[in-house]
Design a protein around this ligand. Structure first.
Ligand code: AMP
Ligand code: MG
Length: 415
């Protein structure tokens, strides 16, 4: 297929993202032990089949009573009842509360039949034999009813939901193990550039350390996929093609490469995508940083050719790769969720492309967030990424943000 030539036309970020997402669909699912499901994407409905909680039980440590037995209790005229027993959590239940008596009961313990309320022990005076109440009880007070939380037929988790602690707890409470989730995705990390050396090697004249492999490894882990580092690739067409073949032959689900996507003499990633991907796209995107972007399918496996500049590659990851990985993982929400951040100062910037400002944002008064440190925005600079926790988007048709304005942002690096 012929690559899409764009000349000098810039394409809107959103349009490019839709082209990429339109070529991807969720990968296969598998049954996995619940204990190994943290961060996985649910691929089935979690429908409740039993009452949660399974039995009526006490919400407090206190005394189970019948409402009528304490109806007349007041400070001036307390009511004393005999304590007929004690029920701890874990006991099988089946006990009966005789009229005119109270039973000591602990949080989570099954309610004896006949009990209509639990009065917390803090508001009573008691010893082993008797308990004195100075106020009446309300019907159902401090009782958690069977099925009060979840009932058979309730759809509590939908396919596409990411399983974190709370969702794992729900599946555990329902007795679901194993769970149907998207299989673990493995994604190649490729660093292209003649100037690159590995972090442990001496850095000679004209050389720099390969830092992108580390940012991308971290970003991929935060996206819930397994990174597979395929190392540094020299700037030749053969080496670039060879590493892509290697990734495809190894059955990796996607490739994220950095460098070699501009129109320079040594930018072979874009040439290989033009010539070998099906389909292959070489984009000039109306965003700063990250104008040159390359995307292609090799044997159906997506390759994201990100620019080499460290900040450009990380921001491109957030804008294109993370949503694409969410799609491949079958997540219900793929686009970054936006929130507003206020600028407490004027901020001038270069117009013509959307500025994806890496910045530190902090809680604002009386709510929301404000930008505190945008830092130096050069696409090759790492310094401003050290403390950045968000990416703020500024419109292409402006050249300054005025103090007090609010602009959309999204969290950075999996926060
Ligand atoms: P390129 O996109 O290949 O033109 O690279 C753009 C800039 O990013 C150059 O200054 C490269 O030296 C730098 N760069 C490329 N790859 C990496 C990498 N893996 N780690 C750090 N810097 C890189
Ligand atoms: Mg290069």
């Amino acid at each position: 297929m012929a690559p899409r030539e764009l000349g000098h036309d810039l394409r809107p970020l959103e349009q490019v993202r839709q082209v990429i997402l339109g070529l991807l669909e969720p990968l296969g699912a598998e049954a996995r032990p619940l204990a190994e499901c943290y961060g996985a994407v649910l691929r089935e409905e979690a429908v409740v089949t039993e009452l949660i909680p399974p039995f009526d039980n006490s919400a407090m440590d206190g005394f189970a009573v019948r409402v009528t037995d304490v109806a007349s209790a007041s400070e001036a005229s307390p009511v004393t009842l005999r304590v007929s027993g004690q029920i701890a959590a874990g006991e099988p239940g089946g006990l009966v509360l005789e009229p005119g008596s109270a039973q000591r009961i602990m949080t989570g313990a099954p309610l004896p039949s006949g009990a209509e309320a639990v009065i917390p022990h803090e508001v009573t005076r008691f010893n082993d034999r008797n308990v004195t109440f100075t106020r009446p009880a309300r019907l159902g007070q401090n009782i958690r009813c069977a099925g009060g939380d979840l009932r058979p037929g309730d759809l509590v988790l939908k396919p596409g939901c990411v399983l974190r602690g709370p969702q794992l707890a729900i599946l555990a409470a329902l007795g679901r193990d194993p769970v149907r989730v998207t299989r673990k995705l493995r994604v190649a990390v490729v660093s292209s550039g003649n100037e690159l050396v590995e972090v442990g090697s001496p850095c000679g004249p004209g050389q720099i350390r390969n830092s992108n492999a580390y940012s991308l490894t971290g970003l991929l882990l935060s996206a819930g996929v397994e990174p597979v580092n395929l190392g540094i690739v020299r700037d030749t067409k053969e080496e670039v093609l060879r590493v892509i073949r290697r990734a495809v032959d190894a059955g990796l689900d996607a490739i994220v490469s950095t460098g070699g996507v501009s129109a320079g003499e040594y930018d072979w990633v874009q040439v290989v995508v033009r010539e070998h991907a099906e389909p292959g796209h070489v984009f000039k995107v109306a965003m700063r940083p990250g104008k040159p972007q390359v995307f292609g399918l090799f044997d159906g496996r997506p390759l994201f050719g990100l620019p080499g500049n460290p900040a450009a590659s990380m921001i491109s990851f957030e804008v294109f790769v993370r949503p694409a990985l969410r799609r491949l993982r079958g997540e219900g929400v793929v686009l970054p969720e936006l929130f507003g951040v206020r600028f407490p100062f004027d901020y001038p910037y270069k117009p013509g492309r959307v500025l994806l400002l890496r910045a530190r944002v902090e809680p604002d008064e009386p709510g929301g967030y404000r930008v505190v440190r945008p830092g130096e925005q050069d696409s090759s600079f790492l310094s401003s990424l050290a403390e950045a926790n968000a990416i703020v988007t500024l419109p292409s048709d402006r050249d300054v943000v005025r103090a007090g304005e609010i602009h959309p942002a999204f969290w950075f690096a999996g926060l």
